[in-house]
Write a protein that binds this ligand. Structure first.
Ligand code: ZN
Length: 301
């Protein structure tokens, strides 16, 4: 885990109440020696890359920090169109620290969830041994539930690592520590995303957004100019100028689930238009590049 290292970064300097909250983010790599039988595609791997962050704050800043994190996670998953369910995982049977501290930590997590207006379930006893946490779960296309993002309020680790800051009255105080991840792990996140969309990623997220297919050699210069034009407009365009039948080129581009296919033949070259095929919508007919740009601008939200 990356957490102990974050506490070292915190304590390498003297901290004052004015320095807090301190938010450390990292793209951290973790390893887990999973048995080969449980490895599965991107969903379960041995090397995990996490978007990890550790926030050190004063007791009176915990709630507002949690609210900020919850809003960030909510906004992120909304943008992707992934339906998230929220859960508050409470003290497990074997846990560090006293009951009172746990109750206080669970209460502040519940308050933050309420403040952001998120409906949530209580997941009794499912917290980590050192902290209660907010679970963010999504269901994939096979109805399997995956825990993705996380936010944990940890009142134990600062104690174990003797973290301190100087309070306004000059006394040494313990900061609170929040662990958070938005993606969870990049590997699993990409796996879930690909399954959720069955490979048909939203336009803005597609690695290739538009495929330009030439029908005949005499349409090639025009097809290349369209491709170039799209790239200059920051559209991720790809050109298929191979000497293959147009039927084959269309089939292959469709298999790649590219959102838009522009078919460029002699007719289009002469009329200075593009023949548009949209993923899931079929043939949209011929139009100028300006009109096509207006369509994809809408897709980009
Ligand atoms: Zn952590």
């Amino acid at each position: 885990m990356n957490c102990p290292e974050a506490t070292l970064v915190y304590s390498h300097a003297k901290r004052s109440y004015r320095d807090l909250p301190l938010r450390f983010a990292e793209i951290g790599r973790l390893h887990r020696n999973e048995l080969s039988g449980v490895l599965g595609g991107l969903l379960r791997v041995r090397q995990i890359t996490m978007d990890d962050a550790h926030i050190f704050c004063r007791q009176d800043q915990i709630k507002s920090e949690l609210v900020t994190i919850l809003k960030m996670i909510q906004e992120f998953y909304k943008r992707l169109g992934l339906p998230v369910t929220y859960g508050l995982a409470t003290r497990p049977k074997k846990a560090l620290g006293d009951l009172e501290t746990w109750k206080a930590a669970e209460k502040v997590l519940a308050e933050a969830l309420k403040e952001v207006g998120l409906p949530y379930q209580i997941l009794k006893g499912e917290g980590a041994f050192y902290a209660p946490k907010i679970h963010f779960d999504i269901k994939d296309s096979l109805e399997r539930v995956w825990t993705i993002a996380t936010a944990q309020l940890d009142l134990q680790m600062p104690d174990r690592f003797k973290l301190e800051y100087t309070a306004e009255n000059g006394k040494a105080e313990r900061p609170a520590m929040i662990h958070r991840a938005i993606f969870g792990s990049f590997e699993r996140f990409i796996g879930i995303l690909l399954e959720h969309f069955s490979g048909a990623l939203p336009f803005w997220l597609s690695p290739v957004q538009v495929a330009v297919l030439s029908v005949t050699d005499d349409a090639l210069p025009y097809a290349r100019s369209i491709h170039q034009n799209l790239l200059e407009k920051e559209v991720r365009s790809w050109i298929d100028d191979r000497n293959e039948t147009i039927g084959k080129k269309i089939r292959e581009a469709e298999m790649q689930k590219i959102p838009y296919i522009l078919v460029i033949g002699k007719k289009e070259a002469e009329a200075k238009t593009v023949a548009v095929r949209a993923r899931g919508k079929g043939d949209l007919g011929g139009m100028t590049l300006e009109k096509f740009m207006a369509i994809i601008k809408e897709d980009n939200g």
